[in-house]
Design a protein. Sequence first.
Length: 241
Amino acid sequence: MRGRGTACAAVLLVLLAGCGDGGSGARGDGGSKQPSASGVDGTADPAKVFTDAELGAALLPAGAVAKGAKATETSLGLFDQGYGGGDWSACAAGRDARGELVRMRGPSAERTVRPDPEAVGDDDPFVHERLVSMPAERAGRYLALRRELHKVCGRVTVDTEGAPVQQHHEARPLPDLGDEAVLETTRTTGGDEYDGSAHYEVELRVGGVLVIVGAGTDRALTLSSAAGAAQRVGKDLYEAS
């Protein structure tokens, strides 16, 4: 991916972690220590819910992604659980989990950061971040449902205008990010336009704030940006040290 090395280096510098074999930050092959961020369970009010505006102010700054990066306009209040992780509708086993997820609502804020403001194509580097606030117990339930959905719908057949394609889903725990976190991986195979490349998204919880971060096919950028976003939520919203 064009610009990946520059973006990765900038993000991990902010997080006090290095790119490459000598650093302690995340690597695409998972061979070194992953970025981390503290949670707030046991120290923060579990019933606290933040406003759209408070969440917007706590989004990761563009400069934390890369020097000279630019962010799109912040969008507030658009959280909708029809979003995320592909087309699940063909998986009957996940119907109950999807139904409960669709009913979940909360104040939210989101935006996309482009490490290279001039590179805005589908294959160019980006980081999309979404923050959603709800009571901590409900936020935990959200993550449990996402894990369940990935478990029972690990492979889904989706009809397209061409031929049916296969969506492959996997969710792995990330024990060092926030109070709980998962790394979700989606691959699409079949047809002429899908090569099975993995797309990554981290969904984590800091208290009652869901931090949802994705950077497309760039695993390292997804992980490091999620850690930076979680750290900022803990510090700015929960005043964690």
